[in-house]
Design a protein around this ligand. Structure first.
Ligand code: NOJ
Length: 750
């Protein structure tokens, strides 16, 4: 028996003695008892090189299923030497088992590897992009979608997803707005918690649970000019009030890891931001998982200009609180020397290793390093019928009806001739959106196919592509116009291609690219009623389109069930219920435009020049935050509060009556906003504080109650303490952030 094998055996016996019994923790996750003792016993056996190894993560080229994959000798050598703690982008139960065997059987201590992947909105069963998912305003549904993603990813040998992406984004030029939940910290927090719970389940040791990673910490969405990776300079107040809440919510939901962001804030790149990674995350929030860098973000500190050498970059990162180095290789190549030279205390290294090991224990990897490498389950769960079913439901609920003049929608099922037109109408790839993990375009139901199936045998469904998403080629217009002539309705599926959003997908324009709007104008000249279905990863500025066509359905990138979900809505099997999680501007010049802005000393007044507005454009959005139509109509009445005034530590009851005054059943998202009228610092004109989706039959009425507790009324005062300040508050309730009923109450002084 080799000495390595002996050490490994002793270690595993020790681990079993120290305890594999589990206990429930406060955060709802099951955590192994004696975890810290198990971690410390292991740490005591480790060399500096082995410790550093736990902090190193590499990607393997061609690691995706179906791609030509070869683990290089170099990789194998590094793993065997205990110099790798985690791999990313390697997928497949069988493949990952083989690699895990190297780590477990051939390294001195047999510490299992952690396999990570970006499982952002599904693994094989692709759901709508997260911005679409947020449009459902249904955290419980999104928890279920994340659960499905975890079930599939775990079966393919994945332990860890780099999701949820919880960055608040107020600038639609930023391509990564597609990956998050939009502009609002409250909605974003609900979605963040739901996704964490969905991925991790309530027991991380379960083979179908995966570790979540809230990213990108922090304020990545505030990149200047909406340009990816760009500089951020915001106040601590804005950081805490706008950008941090979803991270806080993820930590409270028990997220096991956090990824730091590429950007700097006020001169400090996140990978070296001690205030963020240690003071806020660990000291204030008591986060006890680990922090991974973003891809090469440690090395990028040299380009940022705050590290003069790779060694300095590595030293800054570990000192700030970055535990694992994704891909840059600088921990691998520099940390050992830094420790040897006494430039980094061993205690700092130990603490980072402890955090990583703790999570590996929590995942049950030491008890079963092959915990999720089950080829039979891998085959069974992928694209299971219930997964597809849920994907269709989420897609249906994610779509937002922006306009429906004259009740053009829903379409009658007995239409005899329909034209489906546009470059995205039969696209199999674009509906998957960005970060489509192991999504396969062959699984996608295109809009054309969905409409053909739904329209039934009797209907003649004509198709013409018309033009490309980009480019100036109008040669297909003629055929498209011919298809549109004399049919009952023309459905135009236009927007952006999937690679126009996501990482490095920032745009300088918010218009519909290419000649697609011209195509719509051409079809309108045929006199056939036009319905536009939009696919895109961001709010677009579409004032002309919006004025010209009678019906617009925002479908985002809906995932593999795109066509079925679009057809469900267009033909009225399901009434649209999605609401915008982001403001739609009239023009790119209004950016940033978000509903929870400040009042200023001179709020915009149409008739007064010297107020805060543009001289060449209305100040209001085209479609406000929270907006979305249904096939029925809801009326709000009788907004009442439980008391005219409350003590600062008490809750206020807010109640409203919602009535379905239309002729169809439908779902409505009832939204509650507050405004602190006078505070020690200026407050936004509205802040979302509660919401609920309800379902009402025609004529049905429901009283909806919301408690508003101190947390809903609190804000950071001048001294940056979170308090409820006495004084007048307003409450607004409605189906979007603009059209609301209003009431007010007082918070009394203590
Ligand atoms: C870079 C992206 O910013 C991050 O979101 C992602 O998780 C990593 N690459 C790994 O793919």
């Amino acid at each position: 028996m080799s000495s390595g094998t002996i050490v490994r055996r002793i270690f595993y016996v020790l681990l079993m003695v120290v305890g594999s019994v589990t206990a429930r923790a406060n955060d709802g996750l099951t955590i192994p008892r004696n975890l810290d003792r198990r971690v410390d016993s292991l740490l005591a056996l480790m060399t500096v090189e082995e410790k550093v190894g736990q902090l190193v993560q590499y990607s393997v080229k061609g690691g995706g299923t179906g791609e030509k994959f070869r683990l290089t000798e170099e990789h194998v050598g590094r793993i065997r030497a205990g110099r790798v703690g985690s791999l990313l982008n390697v997928v497949g139960a069988e493949r990952n088992r083989l690699i895990q065997e190297i780590a477990v059987k051939e390294t001195r201590l047999g510490i299992p590897l952690l396999f990570g992947l970006d499982v952002v909105h599904g693994f094989r069963t692709i759901f709508p992009i997260p911005l679409g998912e947020a449009s459902t305003w249904e955290p419980e549904l999104i928890r279920k979608a994340a659960r499905v993603a975890a079930v599939e990813a775990s079966a393919a040998g994945i332990h860890w997803t780099f999701a949820p992406m919880v960055d608040i984004a107020r600038d639609p030029r930023w391509g990564r707005i597609a990956e998050g939940s939009g502009e609002d910290p409250f909605l974003g927090s609900q979605m963040a918690a739901a996704r964490v719970t969905g991925f991790q389940g309530d027991d991380l040791t379960r083979t179908d649970a995966i570790l979540a990673c809230a990213k990108h910490f922090a304020a990545y969405g505030a990149a200047e000019g909406g340009r990816d990776y760009n500089t951020v300079d915001i106040s601590e107040r804005t950081l805490r009030e706008v950008y941090l809440p979803p991270f806080d919510a993820a930590v409270k939901a028990g997220v096991g890891s956090i990824m730091c962001s590429f950007n700097e804030i006020a001169g400090i790149p996140s990978s070296s931001n001690h205030f963020l990674l240690t003071d806020i995350l660990r000291t204030e929030w008591k986060f006890d998982g680990f922090v991974v860098s973003d891809w090469c973000s440690i090395a990028e500190m040299q380009a940022h200009g705050i590290a003069g050498s790779p060694a300095e970059a590595a030293a800054e990162a570990i000192t700030a609180g970055v535990d694992m180095d994704m891909e840059s290789g600088l921990y691998d190549s520099r940390l050992g020397d830094l420790i040897g030279a006494g430039k980094i205390p061993v205690a700092v290294l130990d603490e980072a290793v402890r955090r990583v090991l703790r999570v590996k224990f929590r995942l049950g990897l030491f008890d079963n390093p092959y915990r999720s490498f089950e080829t039979a389950r891998e085959k069974k769960v992928m694209l299971a019928p219930e997964h597809r079913f849920l994907a269709r439901e989420v897609a249906g609920q994610s779509m937002v009806l922006l306009k429906n003049e004259g009740g053009l929608l829903p379409l009658k099922k007995d239409l005899s001739k329909i034209a489906v037109i546009g470059p995205l109408a039969d696209s199999r790839n674009d509906p998957l959106g960005c970060w489509d993990a192991k999504g396969d375009s062959n699984d996608v139901v295109t809009v054309l196919r969905g409409i053909r199936q739904a329209a039934g045998r009797g209907a003649d469904v004509l198709y013409a592509r018309g033009c490309g998403v980009t480019g100036a080629d109008r040669s297909g217009f003629g055929k498209a116009m011919k298809a549109a002539r004399g049919v009952d309705v023309a459905i135009l599926v236009i927007g952006e291609s999937s690679e126009m959003s996501g990482e490095a997908g920032s745009r300088a324009s918010l218009s519909i690219p290419g000649v697609q709007e011209e195509l719509v104008q051409a079809i309108l000249t045929t006199g056939t009623p036009v319905v536009v279905v939009l696919m895109n990863g961001r709010p677009l500025a579409i004032p002309r389109l919006s004025a010209a066509v009678p019906a617009i359905l925002e479908a985002w990138f809906p995932g593999i069930e795109a066509g079925n979900a679009v057809a469900d809505l267009l033909f009225g099997d399901y009434s649209p219920s999605g609401k915008l999680p982001v403001t739609f501007p009239r023009d790119i010049g209004q950016i940033p435009l978000y509903y929870n802005h400040k009042n200023t000393g001179r709020p915009a007044v149409d008739t007064s020049r010297f107020t805060s507005k543009y001289i060449d454009l209305e100040s209001t959005p085209l479609y406000p935050f929270g907006f979305g139509l249904s096939y029925t109509r809801f009326e709000y009445s009788e907004l009442t509060l439980s008391a005219p005034s409350i003590e600062p530590d008490r809750s206020l009851g807010v109640s409203v009556t919602v009535t379905n005054v239309g002729t169809r059943s439908g779902e409505e998202v009832v939204q509650v906003y507050i405004r602190d009228e006078v505070a020690s610092v200026t407050r936004p004109i509205k802040e979302l504080r509660a919401f609920r989706k309800i379902s009402l039959a025609p004529g049905q009425q429901q009283r909806v109650d919301f408690p508003l507790g101190p947390e809903a009324l609190a804000s950071y005062n001048r001294d940056m303490q979170r308090v409820v300040e006495p004084g007048e508050f307003k409450v607004f309730v409605g189906g979007n952030s603009r059209d609301v009923l209003e009431s007010s109450f007082r918070v009394l002084a203590h």
